[in-house]
Design a protein around this ligand. Structure first.
Ligand SMILES: Cc1cc2nc3c(=O)[nH]c(=O)nc-3n(C[C@H](O)[C@H](O)[C@H](O)COP(=O)(O)OP(=O)(O)OC[C@H]3O[C@@H](n4cnc5c(N)ncnc54)[C@H](O)[C@@H]3O)c2cc1C
Length: 425
């Protein structure tokens, strides 16, 4: 078994960008070469800006190369929860931004000819408990009624047309959701940005940042120092000390994934005949899908812990058990890949983007960043160019996580809380 993300292992390797010169002045500096940073870089370069991206590790090292590859039209919180928090009109605007986000992703893939298996196969929201199907029914009524969106309810009696599992009590299909190969997409996005003149610096951690006035900053890396007119922090769950204001507002929660050996088309036709992206309805949910080469990818939070090889292996065993509970027919199937990554959870599980002390930032995608990080990169390019309305999330208060001073000591307690909620609801 490989403890490396399947996506990065099966995507063409990009050039080594760890030897580039760092120094002098740049118009825009972006911290983080994931979907947010690379999309922002590309869109800013399209406007003619000189852009440098600084990445602590390599392109796609963070969540962008480690996720499930589900680009869904739903928010991290349910639509009905959003309505009770923000009122119908605001909740609708937020939800529709997720629909726009999948469009942004699709457009970018087409415009830049990124070969990444993007397909709008739809998303299956599976009811893990009978009462959860009632919730899905209510959501479907609002979505297909007042919002006019393409959703469909699948009762338990018809579920075999969608999934080869007896574990669920019905489902709701979101037809416009998509799946893609995120390794090919992220590396392809980096290539596209580089073609437009963006300079990418790998192995270039920004260790210190100092404000020089307005939005102008000095960035210090071990390989050199630069001055930038504008800086975008795009570090998601990997946000560290130099960006303290953002760091204490984000809980880096481990999420883990296993990928099976190739199963062949016939077996995949039995598991997920319509190749939908799928997730369960528990608080500690599982998500799964078929990969382009016919493996099953199965992920979830498994444990509230960070990610390293030992932690990933432990989570992998929990995920294997969960996978065989959903699909007992896979009990003898080999697992080829197991890895983990950090999800950038905000207190309210909403996107947070704006400017603080002259620093631009976009993060807090809370597990729904494949489409939204890509979209926010584009929107932040507009926002930084002087169009505040491009950033829909600009007025949402970004609250500090109580007791969060750096290392996320509180994760096991939060995990216990959500496990308890799943038992009782
Ligand atoms: C296991 C897992 C599964 C997921 N599944 C899904 C899914 O199926 N669908 C979905 O929509 N979302 C999913 N997500 C979330 C999604 O992947 C993220 O929201 C999205 O990739 C965030 O992109 P980003 O560019 O903002 O951040 P990242 O891709 O995390 O990039 C941030 C980068 O910043 C770099 N960095 C940090 N600090 C510094 C510094 N000081 N100097 C230089 N560089 C620095 C890091 O090395 C990192 O590469 C998942 C996340 C994980 C971890």
């Amino acid at each position: 078994m490989k403890f490396t993300p399947y996506w990065l292992d099966t995507a063409p390797q990009g050039p080594d960008r760890s030897g580039s010169d760092i120094g002098g002045r740049v118009e825009v500096a972006i911290i983080g070469a994931g979907m947010t940073g690379l999309s922002a870089a590309l869109h800013l370069a399209r406007k003619g800006a000189s852009v440098h991206v600084f990445e602590r590790d390599t392109v796609g090292f963070g969540a962008s190369g480690r996720n499930g590859g589900l680009a869904t039209t739903g928010m991290s919180i349910g639509f009905r929860d959003a309505v009770s928090r923000y009122g119908f009109d605001t909740a609708k605007a937020y939800l529709l931004d997720y629909h726009d986000a999948v469009d942004t992703l699709e457009q970018l893939v087409a415009d830049e000819s990124i070969d990444c298996d993007f397909a709008r196969t739809g998303k299956l929201n599976l009811a893990s408990k009978p009462a959860h199907f009632d919730g899905l029914r209510k959501t479907h009524e609002i979505m297909s009624g007042r919002l006019g969106l393409e959703t469909r309810l699948v009762p338990k009696s018809e579920l075999s047309s969608e999934i080869g599992s007896g574990s669920f009590h019905g489902a709701m299909v979101e037809a416009r959701s998509a799946g893609l190969h995120v390794g090919k997409f992220t590396r392809g996005l980096a290539e596209a940005a580089a073609r437009l003149g963006v300079t990418l610096h790998e192995q270039a951690p920004v260790e210190k940042i100092g404000r020089l006035g307005g939005t102008k900053h000095r960035l210090v890396t071990p390989r050199g120092t630069v001055e930038a007119e504008q800086v975008l922090v795009a570090t998601s769950g990997y946000t560290g000390r130099p960006f303290r204001w953002q760091q204490v507002r984000i809980a880096p929660v481990g999420s883990f994934i296993i990928v099976t050996e190739p199963l062949g088309e016939d077996v995949c036709d039995m598991l997920l005949p319509n190749r939908r992206m799928a997730s369960t309805s528990l608080n500690l949910l599982n998500y799964f899908r078929i990969t382009p080469d016919h493996r099953l990818l199965f992920g979830g939070r498994a444990r509230f812990a960070g990610s390293d090889q030992q932690s990933d292996a432990k989570s992998g065993r929990i995920l294997h058990k969960a996978m065989t509970e959903v699909f007992p027919q896979l009990s003898k199937t080999r697992v080829d890949y197991c890895w983990g990554g950090l999800v950038d959870m905000s207190m309210d599980r909403m996107v947070h983007a704006g400017e603080q002390d002259g620093l631009f930032y976009s993060l807090g995608y809370s597990g729904h960043g494949v489409q939204m990080a890509t979209h926010m990169g584009k929107q932040m390019a507009e926002y930084m160019n002087g169009t505040p309305t491009a950033n829909l999330w600009r007025d949402l208060p970004f609250k500090r996580i109580p007791g969060h001073f750096g290392p996320p000591w509180f994760l096991p307690f939060a995990g216990g809380y959500y496990k308890f909620k799943d038992l009782i609801k």
